[in-house]
Write a protein that binds this ligand. Structure first.
Ligand SMILES: *Cc1c(COP(=O)(O)O)cnc(C)c1O
Length: 386
């Protein structure tokens, strides 16, 4: 038997041991843990929809209409009209012929790669891609090559050396731990030149970035001609749960036939799909949410600059404060917590060795006062620990 206890001890000694907070409140700008209220900067609920009264009501209505469980996989008999209508809505919103719901973004990425890439193919990925994209590349059986973050020169060389079958280039649209955008113009050019298929996982861009929150592709003015496979999650800005892939008729039909994480799993509860349709409506109606969010980000940048807090150039709600050692990140996170502010310390292997960080995220539910309180607390913490 493996020595689990020794391994856990080693994790702890390296300051890499992970524990969970137990939330006693809904997700939001303020959360309750152990009877204490905290101002929180660590959710991906960017538009503040996770606890929106209209979504809560929609979920209740959905449950009354469709029950709770879907009762089967999509292909057996679990595909409800609530799923189907949401797929049509998502296809229209992303400007693509079809969209296909998956239970999670993780499963969507595994499903796409396992259905499309095979032994003899090559998958190229940015080193900082989300774990689910990296795992998807590894599990596909194709040859996985990684390039340094944003290093499209190396990517071009990797493709130039390859003379096999199909090539896939897969990238996050917005990098989840750094908040920067993928260099889409260069990626799409390289893909075109090498006849490669470009897949973008826009988990953190969808609903937030670009005109109308349509995502990173729209930010660059790109569509299905440049990026043939688009993956987005619904558990972040959309405030619900699940994910989808959007693309051509043929892509979606191929996934229905071959994506194992689509075929061999229970369809997500139809009430969730029903509520997500309302999320899509709110995305269009409550445009103030995005405007307010970007105003907060700007305020944070100006404040951080004035105080000399060393943040990155990210223009998204993800604002990392890179501190280096895991232990420093933990200590800073704890000091902030003592001051009533919740920011998770992100450590290896989620990020590279020596780049542990506080990952600050903003939501539409935050106020300007919240940002100012964060800035003062960060200022004190940075002066003490960095
Ligand atoms: C969160 C995330 C995922 C996983 O999505 P889930 O729906 O939470 O499984 C996939 N890719 C990226 C880039 C993410 O940030």
């Amino acid at each position: 038997m493996m020595n689990l206890a020794a391994d856990l001890k080693r994790q702890a000694a390296l300051n890499l041991y992970r524990t969970r907070n137990i939330l006693e409140s809904p997700q939001g700008p303020e959360v309750v843990i152990d009877n204490q209220r905290y101002l929180s900067f660590c959710s991906n609920d960017y538009l503040g929809l996770a606890n929106h009264p209209r979504l809560v009501e929609a979920l209740q209505q959905g449950a009354l209409k469709f029950g709770v469980g879907s009762g089967a996989s999509h292909l057996i008999n679990g595909h409800s009209i609530a799923h189907h209508q949401l797929e049509e809505q998502l296809a229209a919103y992303t400007g693509r012929p079809r969209a296909l719901l998956f239970s999670t973004g993780y499963m969507a990425n595994l499903g796409v790669m396992s259905a499309l890439a095979q032994r003899g193919d090559m998958v190229c990925e940015d080193r900082l891609n989300h774990a689910s994209l990296i795992d998807a590349g590894l599990l596909s059986g194709a040859r996985l090559r990684r390039y340094a973050h944003g290093d499209t020169g190396t990517l071009a060389n990797q493709l130039g050396e390859y003379s096999g079958r199909q090539i896939f280039i897969a990238s996050d649209g917005v990098f989840s731990m750094d908040g920067d955008l993928a260099p889409l113009p260069a990626l799409s050019k390289i893909a075109r030149q090498n006849n490669a298929c470009l897949m973008i996982d826009d988990a953190h861009g969808f609903g937030v970035i670009g005109p109308g929150g349509r995502g990173t592709l729209d930010h660059y003015g790109f569509d299905i001609n440049e990026v043939s496979i688009l993956v987005c999650t619904l558990g972040k800005a959309l405030g619900t749960f699940g994910a989808f892939v959007a693309g051509s008729e043929e892509l979606i039909e191929t996934l229905i036939q071959h994506a194992r994480t689509y075929i061999y799993t229970t369809a997500l509860p139809p009430a969730i799909a029903y509520a997500t349709s309302v999320s899509m409506t709110l995305l269009n109606q409550e445009t103030w949410r995005r405007e307010h969010l970007f105003m907060l980000i700007k305020r944070f940048h100006i404040g951080a600059q004035q105080l000399g807090i060393p943040i990155q150039a990210s223009e998204t709600p993800i604002q990392p404060l890179i501190v280096g050692e895991a232990q420093t990140a933990l200590k800073m996170s704890q000091a902030l917590r003592d001051a009533g502010i919740l920011i998770t310390a992100i450590r290896p292997p989620t990020v590279a060795q020596g780049s542990a960080r506080l990952r600050i995220t903003f939501c539409a539910g935050h106020s300007e006062t919240d940002v100012d309180r964060l800035l003062s607390a960060l200022d004190l913490t940075v002066k003490k620990f960095l």
